[in-house]
Design a protein around this ligand. Sequence first.
Ligand code: F6P
Length: 520
Amino acid sequence: MPTERYAKLEAIAAKAAGISELFKLEPGRMDEFVLREGPLRADFSKQAISAEAKEQLFHLAADCQLEHWRKKFFDGDKINTTEDRAVLHPALRGVGGDKAVQKQVKDMRAKLRGFAEKIRNGGKYKSILHIGIGGSDLGPRLIADALAASTDNPFELRFAENVDGASINDALGGLDPKTTLVIVVSKSFSTQETRMNAESARDWLSDKLGKKAGANFIAVTANRAGAEEFGVASDQIFDFWDWVGGRYSVWSAVGLSLQIAFGSDAFDEFLDGAAAMDKHFRDTPLDQNLPVMMAMTGIWNRNVLGYTSVAVIPYARRLRKLSAFLQQLEMESNGKSKTRDGKDTGLTCPIMWGDEGTNGQHAFFQWLHQGTPGAPVDFVAVLKDHESRPEHHKALLANCFAQSEALMIGKPEYAVREEMSEAGYSDTDMDVLAPQKTFPGNRPSTTITLDELSPSALGHLIALYEHKVFVQGVIWGVNSFDQWGVELGKILAKTILKEIDGEAAEHDPSTEALIGLVKD
Ligand code: F6P
């Protein structure tokens, strides 16, 4: 950690003006703090960052050799050091990687297009069941919801992820095995939840279709041998590669169910939208660079102002899975406490959380406005109305814009008292009520708008967050592309499962008692 730089940032924060004040002090603020790339505009002006703080944040990025790491990333260097792998998800969109990688991607995209269009136009299938969890689920699920705004899908698209039997039961309910294509997605092909759901789906197909069931069963994986051992025919398997992290994989064959449902042209537009953001990130100077600005804003909020979480509030129902998607993207990537070389880090990834607006306004927004310490908010809004309900849409956007304004301006006690006095309240009542009706304000937010919920805009949005995560990983000095923290629980679950089935093992008294509750 460049401690001198942090000391400078802290000194700037200590004497900082409030956000509203910054608009008066810095007339060029809107030009400085609003950035656009294609259909995506991001307004960082309501962050508590002065022009001076911004400049120091970009010095911090330079201190941490951001440009050097960005080059290594796009060049395909093995920056995932603990797994000895390159990290090349932009190559899936045609950006970065060497000739061999680019050829692999091109061949796979041609193969996927051929298959997807055959299924789409073939008339045999009416439903697609996508089985997978984590990165093999969250991206496809988010994009499936979102694309429904702008793109036709003639299929019933279902998802099963949880090992809870309710997940596969709900997903299979009402489907006909004859007309259902099951697509099992697992990078490792060893994930317990996915294998169990895949077994249940295979049994469901076999019960009705017998030996013909295999034709309706597809696997997408980086472990071809694992899928073959599971019983998937070799020509029913689509590959991806170890240089694609699970949470960065929606752009690969992992997106096959999207490509079938929404069509290859829409899927290509989605990839192209992300590619535009890749090029922006790769080629734009740091202080005009959207993902860098977003990342450094997050560093300021986390490491200088000390916020512990970020709320992501899409004012778009069809983006309601965004915060769940970002929880994996950000917290699995940067939820670390050791640097690449094994030393302790300072504070890293905040908690990501949120829900769709306006629903959240009637739930947790009380805390955002008056709770302690509050949280910076990413508001995400879509300018075009896709629902043919212009009055609803105007109200939705008005709410979104009002919330960021309210968080920033707040309402001081003197203004509350003036209002109450005009309304005829007694001094005693005012003493009791005025503090409750006071809003501290000066609460930071970013507002991201998409011109429309098109495949391209979605590609821009997801790639923006991916690169933000990359930049923050560089600043914190962590490897953003492994996830060792998920392993211990998986191992213990296997032992406990065996014990529930009768095999003895030793545990602490609490765990022992819990196991006793379900043991035969
Ligand atoms: O347990 C975490 C994890 O490994 C994620 O990183 C991954 O996205 C998810 O499980 C699913 O893994 P797979 O695609 O290998 O089934």
